[in-house]
Design a protein around this ligand. Sequence first.
Ligand code: FMN
Length: 205
Amino acid sequence: MTNAVIECIVSRSAAKYYDPAATLSDEQIRELVRIGTTAPTSFHIQNWRFIAVRTPEAKARLSPIAWSQPPIIEAAVTFIICGQLADSSVIPQRLAPLVEAGVMPASMVPDWEIPARDLYLQHPQRQRDEAVRTATFGASAMIYAARSLGLGSTPMIGFDAEAVAREFGLAENEVPVMLLSIGAERPGNWAQKPRRPLAEVLDLV
Ligand SMILES: Cc1cc2nc3c(=O)[nH]c(=O)nc-3n(C[C@H](O)[C@H](O)[C@H](O)COP(=O)(O)O)c2cc1C
């Protein structure tokens, strides 16, 4: 079973070494994030924000609070992928464009908002879980979009979350879920690593 999409997925690996001379235009960066925002989110809540760290000055602010990992300075851009704590009160506003476009009847909005309120309001852990899920789906779409464009990517948890939140002005309700570097690679990156056998990770029930 293969096609271009599957080939793109299965051939990806995390890059460490990037061509420091290769930049991405703001238009290309916007396009990567636009693609990322087509990922699914719970109740269409779209609880994410993307901070594109792409100037030498901004990279110099991020590097020391991200373990000085080489991609921060060398990759064209490193996104701080933020998830926002799930808050059902934003749902009417997030669904309004669907209602306007005639995709969803206005009468259905409470059918999404009320269960979301029950799910999240009194449950901070679930609010945070949803922030992490949302940001991860967005990042994932960007990783494969980058790969399809011949660009490398590196998801990174090696950073000081509190320092990143402070330095880049994250709001109280925002979690810096991961850093994601994207850019043209240079030679020297590891080949793809073997995976655990399917029999170890798949239960067919
Ligand atoms: C959530 C997450 C956090 C990661 N953090 C880092 C990191 O801080 N630094 C790094 O070099 N690689 C990081 N990686 C890359 C992993 O080490 C890499 O994906 C894994 O070894 C599998 O290799 P592959 O992506 O090349 O298949 C991270 C990956 C994920 C998914």
